[in-house]
Design a protein around this ligand. Structure first.
Ligand code: FE2
Length: 308
């Protein structure tokens, strides 16, 4: 029988890891997450429209950026420069919006320096999703939702929501907390959608040849809902750019280098894999949906067009 001191130390280590460990996909107990985010802020509001049906759209997409670094500022400046030549209609963020523990509240001073000053100048709205780092401070997810009321550019109507633009319906999901309610909502919304293109976006990839690899949790819970219903699953989390082989008609893209960069080696599922700071652009009309990866020097690195 180990001495009593051993058991005290073991319990202390477990409690400390539980309270202060880096939040990772699937590792936050659901009861704790519910305390962080009131049920009404998890619920999706009704769908809304950003651009009239039938119009072509151009959308900026990036994740993994908010750390106040020179890299973040350089990629933000590149987005602005690109936007001045070819206008984006709006943007989506793919989570890990603010390192390393999200925001302390709507009055956290980093909103000004890590968000307003860098992205307000584009003059568009950014429809954001939550990543694992955005669940760091207990109050962070709520702060990110509520800041939508204080900002001309930041938009997070809830932890999950859907909207339409042109020929596309977008579905923003909270991949950190994939509750049964959220999965049911997503399946129903996808089934009900009459739009030509259905794009689901969030933070965690289902498949990835980046540092985090495949997600058994999402392969089990999310993939069966997306397959046969959505055209694109767009994420961040790995700090690189990837296009992975489709399953059926479902294509997988990772754009997680809006401020962070990590090496990547292509794997069996890779159609494209590159370690580069930059962003993705999604362009869609009634006939095609094109994803382009653009490096911060504004060099296009890869493009792929889906057709219907
Ligand atoms: Fe992440």
């Amino acid at each position: 029988m180990p001495p009593r001191r051993f058991w005290v130390a073991a319990v202390l280590i477990l409690v400390t890891c539980g309270l202060f460990g880096q939040p990772q996909a699937g590792k936050i107990p659901r009861a704790v997450v519910k305390m962080h985010l009131a049920p009404e802020l998890q619920q999706a509001p009704g769908s809304f429209s950003l651009k009239a049906a039938g119009e072509p759209i151009r959308v900026l997409a990036f994740g993994d950026f908010g750390d106040g670094s020179k890299r973040q500022r350089e990629v933000a400046a590149a987005m602005l420069q690109y936007h001045q030549k070819q206008k984006f209609d709006f943007a989506v963020t793919l989570g890990d919006n603010f390192y390393s523990k999200g925001m302390k509240g709507v009055d956290d001073p980093r909103w000004k320096t890590w968000w307003d000053q860098l992205y307000d100048p584009l003059g568009i709205q950014f429809y954001a999703t939550l990543g694992n780092h955005d669940y760091g401070f207990p109050q962070s997810p709520e702060a990110e939702i509520l800041y939508s009321k204080k900002s001309p550019s930041w938009r997070m109507p809830a932890a999950r929501y859907t909207f339409t633009a042109g020929w596309v319906q977008f579905f923003a999901i909270d991949s950190q907390v994939l509750s049964t309610q959220q999965l049911d909502w997503l399946r129903q919304e996808l089934d009900a959608s009459k739009f030509r293109w259905k794009v689901v976006y969030g933070h965690h990839p289902i498949y990835s040849h980046g540092q985090h690899g495949d997600s058994p949790r999402l392969i089990r819970d999310l993939l069966p809902i997306l397959k046969g219903r959505a055209d694109v699953y767009l994420t961040g989390h790995d700090h690189d750019m990837q296009h992975l082989k489709p399953e059926g008609n479902l294509h997988f893209f990772v754009s997680g280098s809006g401020g962070k960069q990590r090496p990547i080696r292509p794997g069996p599922r890779s159609l494209f894999a590159k370690s580069a700071l930059g962003f993705a652009m999604l362009e869609a009309d009634g006939l095609s949906l094109k994803i382009t990866f653009i490096e911060k020097s504004l060099t296009p690195l890869y493009e792929y067009t889906l057709k219907k």
